[in-house]
Design a protein around this ligand. Sequence first.
Ligand SMILES: Cc1cc2nc3c(=O)[nH]c(=O)nc-3n(C[C@H](O)[C@H](O)[C@H](O)COP(=O)(O)O)c2cc1C
Length: 324
Amino acid sequence: MQALPWLDRFSLYLAPMAGVTDAVFRVLCREQGADVTETEFVSAEGVLQAWGRTKRYVQLPGGDRPVGVQLFGTHPKHMAQAARIIVDAVHPDFIDINSGCPVPKVVGRNGGAALLRELPLLEEVARAIVSELRSDCPVSAKIRLGWSAQHICALEACQRLEDAGIRAITIHGRTRTQQYGGKADWEAIHHCASCVNIPIIGNGDITTPQDVLRERDVGVVAGVMIGRAAMHSPWLFCRSKQLLATGKLPPEPCAADRVRFMLKHVQLTLTQGLYGDEACTLRAMRTRILAYAKGIPGSKKLRPSLARVSSMEELRTLTEQMLD
Ligand SMILES: Cc1cc2nc3c(=O)[nH]c(=O)nc-3n(C[C@H](O)[C@H](O)[C@H](O)COP(=O)(O)O)c2cc1C
């Protein structure tokens, strides 16, 4: 099986995150050095029944390559049909099967992490998509270690997915029951990676360039995927790359640089109209603004105002006060 070209070298993935990894944020992370990005998950049923509304989640701007579109669902035929529609419409570099999402809305419909309780079905979904797309587009999957500590199944899932023709697998080193609690189990990720012949991307709690260096030096996974840390520190990608390349740890950006990045992110999102008018955009981005502000000296007393910000002008004034 042909290797995925971006995995020729140790790759830094931006994790798919619903409500976070929209086209603007993916491009910004790419500028910071992310090698591979993914859209947030899209529902296969949504693609089939309401493509007009769903397609805004799979906009792939030119500068954002290689990029995957992540699909969730449970019905093999519907997943394959949805993958075909997406591939023909937006030509992603890969389709990713979501088999890790823990939220009740998704697992309640047997999608996401629920597929880990039914590995034959997960395999069937993978086979259906691979056979529909053939050589048109590679297929990857994202899994967790299992449903719970009593039901760890990542290795069997990886083996079944490999047999089904999946080309790479991301493993988040937690179970569904853990959600985001506890610590990601990297030993379990390494164990799976050393037992299969396709690339494994490790995911969970990568928060510093040193974490990235550790995994590159361990040399078992083909890359790492970064989620929550990228939300408040997208420069983690470039700092990590510099550490990998030179062995020297670059400094964190200063408060003024963090603010500049925040304003650029909000302004670009506004310009592209992803969330509607100015007030809607600012409302949609409040948690993001608070995430950037965290750690800036002087931001603490402004948090209540940042949590209510509703215009660009107000945001600029608040950031000036923050830097004062
Ligand atoms: C706000 C948010 C949304 C997420 N949405 C998705 C998603 O759409 N698809 C997915 O596979 N994982 C999703 N995840 C999980 C992340 O991709 C990632 O696996 C998880 O955050 C662990 O990585 P981290 O420790 O680097 O954050 C989401 C996580 C967060 C925090």
